[in-house]
Design a protein around this ligand. Structure first.
Ligand SMILES: Cc1ncc(COP(=O)(O)O)c(C=O)c1O
Length: 366
């Protein structure tokens, strides 16, 4: 029996997402004990005490199913963003939303547009529904919105824009993104993926796309608790869109796509403004620490608005392996990202960044 032939055409051609190497795996493979993971753009700070408290309280009651509508979290998000609750869809990470959107709207005869070097989940969700991916060439590593607009065909159903983008850290300013929204037909859905929103907000030219939802019915903004809010392990994300779109997304999601602990933890995380502030400060200082070191080492890098940075090291895969031997996990970004000369490194704690810099000095410069 050949089960691959039985799968849908899209799934037959699919390659699974490659996550950053887990710490435990490196421990098992190399017998190392002291490991630093700078591979998955996580928040390096320990979990907020308010979140830990909420988790402890909630964990006493997990014999019951969660609230399938995530009422308390939606309520808190609606207040925070001054939007109506019926615009919000919760997801098991924002990744869930990217998939739900594609599943709800995109058919095999449709095309989906995204940029070269854009987040790897866009090609996966497109391929999974057997649709055609139109990948536009990047401009200075970032999205070329003119090229994306020119790539639209009568079959285009959806456009993904990561702002900031992972793994390049590039971003699109208010004026350019707004003109793009004005120029694209309302029949085409535009997803603005703002997984790294919080890190970018200090720049006054960086757009909070939620403000445009009323003028652009086809806009879907996705956000996550995995980065600045420090909840990557619990999987909580959400989208804000037109209520009709939110209703359709709700029809395709799993009935309980967020577990009770995740709902309680994310609601508590929203209240911990101190944790968020500390996270952003740590990131800012860490970004400076790394870029200064790269400057000293005369290594090129792409200026980043996220909690990670892509640095040019020559043979990314080789340097990645050499760093692994020293107990440091980074992310090689050849393959689907088409950046074989670069490594992506997440901003860690000051001591972790230091260890990474020292290992780089030994590995790249010598
Ligand atoms: C651009 C971008 N979007 C979405 C995600 C998905 O994150 P999550 O599913 O943890 O919300 C990531 C994760 O790294 C990302 O980099």
């Amino acid at each position: 029996m050949n089960f691959t032939k039985q799968a849908t055409l899209g799934v037959q051609g699919l390659q699974a997402y490659q996550p950053g190497k887990p710490i435990e795996e490196l421990q098992r493979e190399y017998g190392l004990t002291n490991i630093i993971k700078l591979a998955s753009n996580e928040n390096p700070l320990p979990t907020s005490p308010l979140v830990q408290e909420a988790i402890a309280k909630c964990s006493k009651n997990i014999a019951r199913y969660p609230d399938g509508n995530g009422f308390i979290l939606k309520q808190a998000l609606a207040e925070k963003h001054s939007v109506d609750k019926n615009r919000i869809t919760l997801g098991n990470g924002s990744n869930d939303l990217l998939e739900l959107i594609t599943r709800a709207f995109v058919t095999p005869t449709d095309s989906v547009i995204f940029s070269q070097h854009a987040f790897a989940v866009y090609p996966i969700v497109t391929q999974a529904v057997s649709a055609t991916a139109i990948i536009t060439p990047a401009k200075n590593w970032g999205h070329d919105l003119n090229a994306m607009q020119a790539a639209i065909t009568k079959n285009t159903k959806l456009i993904f824009i990561a702002n900031p983008n992972n793994p390049t850290g590039t971003w699109i300013n208010k004026t350019e993104l707004k003109s793009f929204l004005e120029a694209v037909s309302e029949k085409i859905l535009i997803v603005i993926d703002q997984a790294y929103f919080e890190y970018a907000t200090e720049n006054p030219d960086y757009p909070n796309s939620i403000k445009w939802l009323k003028e652009h019915q086809n806009l879907i903004v996705t956000r996550t608790f995995s980065k600045a809010y420090g909840l990557a392990g619990l999987r909580v994300g959400y989208s804000i869109s037109n209520p009709e779109i939110a209703d359709l997304l709700n029809r395709v999601r799993q009935p309980f796509n967020l577990n009770s602990i995740a709902i309680a933890a994310a609601t508590a995380a929203l209240n911990d403004t101190n944790y968020l502030k500390k996270s952003l400060e740590l990131n800012r200082a860490g970004m400076q620490q790394l870029t200064q070191a790269f400057d000293k080492m005369e290594l090129d890098y792409i200026e980043s608005m996220g909690n990670f940075i892509a640095v040019k090291v020559g043979n990314g895969a080789k340097i990645y392996e050499k760093l692994l031997l020293q107990g440091i996990i980074t992310r090689p970004i050849g393959g689907i990202y088409e950046m074989p000369e670069y490594l992506r490194v997440s901003i860690g704690l000051t001591s972790e960044n230091d260890a990474f810099i020292k290992a780089m000095q030994k590995t790249v410069v010598t």
